[in-house]
Ligand binder design. Structure first.
Ligand code: NAD
Length: 420
């Protein structure tokens, strides 16, 4: 890489800019933050290394960070999630070093992560913790220069907490995923809608009347379950936690072990953050024609090596759909190489939810800068004041007003004397 970017095709820039502008219409909270950042320059002089899904919404966040005075370099947080036109727009119109090509192999993926680290960042902005773990494993010379970082997703936060517990984490990180205005909306409604979108774009299959098996009943998976039900599917949920399983039952879903669901399912989708949720023993009993997808962060939820091992032939039958010919004659179908189906086969979350997720990212970055003296090498949640402020701004932007407590109500809620 002699130039300071590595993207598919710079000619795609105009298309990418239109896509960014379209997304921005649904991102009013980020817009307000951009206006303030432009005036106050809270990130002035900071170099930021970002590793996020390179989508139109991410591009708008990158614009906001630049407006706040930061110098930003961006790489993809998944080999299949890049929108090549958006990557081109950031290079062409914002002179941003972007290293991301949809379909890049693992070697290029890590080469790109290292390229954004070459700017010698003061801050990291990560999605899945690959950037931060690369820094801690192979680029340790950069660690003393880092003030802190932010993390976008559940799997990344889990990895960071494991690092912090071992005393391995060398700078503070804000867990953006844990903000209510992130996971309540992005993970649930964003993943719910865009996962269904990805499955449909990849297969054009009718969901109505199908047995749709959702692995997990966490924030993402409950969104997927409710949206699949909305399309008329018979949804079955599998879980490993009694509480979540009980919630799924009371929400009206059938709950059973995966070994039983595997026999009856037509479409399978996981979003657990766990490994081999769909495994060899499940493939052995699945119906001919069953479709598999994953919306969890890494491509380990479907045991792809086992599936390959059981197959005599694999062929690509549609753009994001691979057909596995099992030796017993059945065919199973895997969408998007088992990677995040909503980003691999669709466009990721709708902008309206990313507005809140990325407002959290921008404000968390500002928080790190302004609190850098106090923060330790730990994982921090986004302060509740930031969460509430984002919710307030979002409601305002949607034109929705709510009530405020009267003095009488405030006194009542603060007192303990009044009872029956
Ligand atoms: N596709 C996307 O755009 C997107 C968006 C946000 C998060 N994610 C990723 O999705 C995954 C889930 O995130 P979340 O916020 O919903 O997490 P969560 O912790 O709220 O939910 C995960 C659920 O999966 C269950 N689970 C774990 N192992 C299981 C197994 N073997 N079988 C059945 N259930 C199992 C857990 O009990 C839990 O209820 C993570 O990897 C996260 O990073 C993806």
């Amino acid at each position: 890489m002699t130039q300071n970017y590595d993207i598919k095709d710079l000619e795609l820039a105009e298309k990418g800019r239109y896509r960014m502008q379209w997304a921005a219409k649904e991102m009013p909270v980020l817009d307000l933050i951009e206006e303030r950042f432009r005036q106050e320059q809270p990130l002035r002089g900071l170099r930021m290394a970002a590793c996020l899904h390179v989508t139109a919404e991410t591009a708008n966040l990158m614009r906001v960070l630049q407006a706040g005075g930061a110098e930003v370099a961006l790489s993809a947080s998944n080999p299949l999630s890049t929108q090549d036109d958006v990557a081109a727009a950031l290079v062409a119109y914002y002179e941003m070093p972007v290293y991301a090509i949809k379909g890049e192999n693992n070697e290029t993926y890590y080469k790109h992560l290292n390229a954004v680290l070459d700017i010698k960042p003061h801050m990291t902005m990560d999605d899945g913790c690959d950037l931060v773990s690369t820094l801690h494993k192979t680029r340790t010379e950069l660690l003393p220069g880092i003030l802190g970082g932010t993390e976008e997703t559940t799997t990344g936060v889990i990895r960071l907490r494991a690092m912090a517990a071992e005393g391995a984490l060398k700078f503070p990180v804000m867990a953006v995923n844990d903000a209510m205005t992130k996971h309540l909306f992005d993970n649930r409604y964003g993943t719910g809608q865009s996962t269904i979108d990805g499955i449909i774009r990849a297969t054009n299959v009718l969901l109505a009347g199908k047995n749709f098996v959702v692995a997990g009943y966490g924030w993402c998976s409950r969104g997927i379950a409710s949206r699949a039900r909305g399309m008329g599917a018979n949804v079955i949920v599998t879980e490993i936690q009694p509480l979540s399983a009980l919630e799924a039952v009371m929400d009206g879903f059938r709950v059973m072990p995966m070994r039983e669901a595997a026999v009856v399912g037509d479409i399978f989708c996981s979003a657990t953050g766990d490994i081999h949720v769909f495994d060899k023993s499940h493939f052995e009993v699945m119906k001919d024609g069953a479709i598999l997808a994953n919306s969890g962060h890494f491509n380990v939820e479907v045991n792809i090596p086992a599936l390959e091992g059981m197959s005599s032939e694999v062929r690509r039958v549609r753009e994001f759909l691979d057909e596995y010919h099992l030796e017993d004659g059945r065919k199973l179908y895997l969408i998007g190489e088992g990677r995040l189906v909503n980003l691999a086969a669709a466009e990721g979350h709708p902008s309206a939810v990313m507005d809140m997720s990325f407002a959290n990212q921008a404000l968390a970055a500002e928080f790190i800068v302004s609190h850098r003296e106090q923060l330790q090498n730990k994982v921090y949640t986004v302060p509740v004041e930031i969460d509430q402020e984002i919710a307030r701004l979002k409601l305002n932007a949607m034109g929705i007003r709510i009530d405020t407590l009267t003095v009488e109500q405030q006194e009542y809620l603060n007192s303990w004397q009044e009872g029956t």
